[in-house]
Every structure is written in C-alpha cells, then in structure tokens.
Design a protein around this ligand. Structure first.
Ligand code: ZN
Length: 453
C-alpha cells in the first residue's frame, strides 16, 4: 500500500521485534502501519509520501493509559489530604451523584486533549457515578469520539454508599455497551467499581450479566489495606478471593492497583489471567501503598501503567506516570534496577495493550497494526541531547516535547498543538460546568474559591 505519510525520527522505539531503530521511519496508510525500518529504506519505498520529522527526535507507539476515570475530569485539585475511602465519600462520591452526560462529554474532551498532548493514544476508562437514570457514562464515549482518542469504556457501578435498584445499574451497563458498539474507536468492558463497594446482589447480578454477554471486566482490586480488612470482616475473604468465589475472574479482567496482594492472591490473579494497571501517582497522592510490580510480572501478569482519575493524580499526564512508575519501584526497593526505563516504556505501550487484550492491534510499531504513534521533537530542552533514547524519554521528556500524535492514522496533534480543536475552547467550555458540578454536589467546602482566605 502507498503511504500517506512517513514519520521519521533519530530513534524509533518500535516496542516490537524490530527493537530500536536508529534514524528510522514509520509509513502510515489507510489508518495502519505499512512499513517500519531504517529511514533510507522506508523513504525509498515511499518516495511520494510527505515526511514528518527528520534525523532527530524520537518516535514511539502511542501510550496506553491503562486506567483512569473520566468522571473525575471536572473535579481535580481537591482532597489531597484524604485517604482513599475518605476521598471516595467526600470527593468523587459526591460529584458522582450530580454529574450529567453533558458534563461527562465536556470533561472527557478536556482530559482526552491532556492525554493526547502527553502521548496517549488509547485510554481504558471507568466512568463512576450514581446519578442514575441520566446515563451520564455515555458522555465519555461522546467526548472520546469528538476528539478521536481510542478508548475502552466501562461504567464503574457501586451501590453500597448510594443505593439504587440493581436493575438501574445493569440498564446503564447495557446502554453503554450499545453506545460503544456504534462508536468508531471505542470498545467496552463491564465496570465493577470495586468488589467491596457493591452489595452482594449487585455483584452477583453483574457477574451473571458479564458471563451471559461475554463481556470483559474493568475493576479495582486490593488498592488499600482498609479494603482487605473490611472484606475479611464481611466475607472472611480478601477482595481477590471474593472476586474468585463470585465468578468475577471467570471473564477477562483488568484490575487497577493490585497493591495489597499476598502470595495466594498473586497466584489467583496469574491463574485466572487477570491483568493489572499500575497507577503510581494516584497511589502516592492517596498514600495507598506500592504495587509489587516485579512480583506480578514474575508471575506472568501483564502490568500496564495508568494515570488513574483526574481527582486522584490529579493530572492526566502520562509521561509523569511513566517516570513515577520507575522512581517509585526504585526507592521502594532501594534498588535502581527495580524498574528500568525500557521496562517502564514497555508497560506504557505493548504491555498496556496486552493487559487490555488489544496487542494484536496496538502497542508496538509493526506492519499491520493500527497507526497509533507519537513523535517527540528534538528541538526542545527535553530531548536536546539524546544518549539513550529510553532513559531520555522516561526521565527528561515532558508534554512540551510531544510534537505529533496519530490515532488510527489520523493526525490529532501537529507541531505540538491539537490539530482539530482549539485547546482554549475546551478549557473555556469546561469551567462553567465544573463550577456547576461543585455547587450542585455541595463541594464548596473543598474549593478555596468558597473559603475565606
Ligand atoms: Zn481508579
């Protein structure tokens, strides 16, 4: 196939069998990758195609943000002094009772832009709310489709703190799945907010629905110690064991966190083919703990990297999450080899894709895969001197170094700016809805705008 564009870089990190190519190029055609190799060869094979980039900069597969909550897009920057359960009740739980589908669409557009500008091309989202009957989670698909980001959506149902009929949650799972079926680049998983956050009737009905419909699941597991303790008090089992007992692990599962897991839990997760999403920044801000990444990987569990939601990170800057993933393991283990830059980049690309069961389509630069890729320019401070491209990207690069981003062959970022929408419009559009949400939810006590200085 004739290429529509050739993307060239001083280093092409394919994350695939071709490894790292010095002065390499990737040819894009029909939304897919049609050639990868040394620049001289790719340019010679596609002489008519326009070329983006040169013999400087770095080209990588688009990052896979393995876990976030677009439901938190409008409430960042609050509650930094809370642990997970306090934060759940006082920040996201309150906002989730009042968020609307339009707030979801507008917030998703804003955060999708932030992700794109840090190199993300696929996001695995769990939209959490209890404003039942509004089908607010469908707004996440509307926003992703507006912006053009690839995604997997789920509705993170929980009914312990804010009870509603079980049927209302199942109805939203079905509606979100139907809406995703009509989307161009958005897939679906069934969401289970947390095992502990669901009543037994909702959890059992959700498992039954996922099995009958053949749905994969997105959940959280073993995020904080309180979760393990409360689960043992409730079922005499921790949440991993409870998930196994109730049949939740009978379908493909990606689970956020997997921090408070013992040897038995790791064995269960590996045996059931569960994938993990590691969210180092959120784990640090909520003081949740440190994911045993090496132990999970050693057991054969795919581990991706996520930002987690905009209320527990609080940015959606994937480059920051990748750097934090490496740093947190190093300092926790007191071992600078605990998680290296190449390993962190693999987790953010091909391992994240594998965790989502999408590695046949995305996650590496290989002929036949979809054209999701990022070009980091070499004009700025971040990549001014490149001795080792992996270390340079993980420890030195920032969104200011992101030049161009393609999703499914479509250029959504060009020369460092959004190509199809104005960032200033996204920002201006989000502010009134963020204020409205905070007011409706009665969260002014958490906002300095309502507090006397
Ligand atoms: Zn989460």
């Amino acid at each position: 196939m004739e290429a529509e564009v050739v993307v060239r870089g001083g280093h092409v990190l394919t994350m695939g069998p071709a490894g790292t190519i010095t002065d390499g190029a990737v040819a894009i055609g029909g939304g897919g990758i049609v050639a990868v190799g040394p620049a001289a060869e790719v340019l010679a094979a596609h002489p008519a195609a326009p070329v983006v980039g040169g013999d400087e900069g770095i080209v990588t597969p688009g990052f896979v943000n393995a876990h976030t909550h677009l439901s938190e897009a409008l409430v960042p920057g609050m509650g930094e002094d809370m642990t997970l359960f306090e934060w759940g009740a006082r920040v996201v739980g309150r906002a989730g009772m009042h968020i609307t589908r339009e707030m979801a669409r507008v917030g998703t557009r804003l955060k999708a832009a932030e992700m794109l500008l840090s190199g993300v091309t696929t996001v695995n989202d769990m939209f959490c709310h209890t404003n039942m009957g509004t089908f607010a989670s469908l707004g996440a698909i509307d926003g992703l489709e507006d912006i053009g980001l690839r995604g997997v959506v789920s509705f993170g149902a929980e009914d312990v703190l804010d009870p509603h009929p079980v049927a209302a949650f199942l109805e939203e799972h079905e509606a979100l799945a139907d809406h995703a079926a009509g989307a161009r680049l958005v897939g679906y998983r069934m969401g289970v907010g947390t095992v502990l956050g669901q009543t037994d009737p909702l959890l059992e009905a959700s498992v039954d629905l996922a099995r009958r419909r053949g749905w994969s699941v997105h959940t959280h597991l073993a995020e904080v110690r309180e979760e393990v303790v409360q689960a043992r008090l409730r079922w005499s089992r921790d949440t991993v064991e409870r998930a196994l007992d109730v049949g939740l692990l009978d379908v493909p599962v990606i689970a956020g966190h997997c921090i408070w897991v013992g040897r038995v839990d790791v064995g269960i997760l590996a045996d059931r083919g569960v994938a993990a999403a590691h969210n180092p920044v959120a784990n640090m801000i909520l003081a949740s703990g440190v994911c045993p990444v090496g132990e999970l990987q050693g057991a054969g569990i795919p581990v991706g990297i996520g930002t987690d939601g905009a209320a527990s990170n609080d940015s959606q800057n994937m480059l920051e999450a990748i750097k934090a993933a490496a740093l947190l393991q190093k300092v926790h283990r007191l071992d600078p080899r605990a998680l290296t830059a190449p390993e962190a980049l693999r987790m953010a690309t091909i391992e994240g894709a594998r965790a989502l069961g999408l590695d046949d389509r995305i996650g590496s630069l290989e002929v036949g895969k979809r054209a999701d890729l990022v070009r980091f320019h070499g004009r700025g401070i971040g990549l001014a001197t490149v001795h080792d491209p992996c270390q340079q990207l993980v420890y030195c690069a920032s969104p200011a170094d992101v030049s161009d981003v393609w999703v499914d062959g479509r250029a959504l970022v060009r020369d460092g700016a959004l190509a199809e929408v104005r960032l200033s419009d996204l920002v201006a559009g989000s502010r009134p809805l963020a204020d409205e949400l905070v007011t409706r939810a009665g969260m002014q006590d958490l906002s300095c705008r309502a507090r006397p200085s």
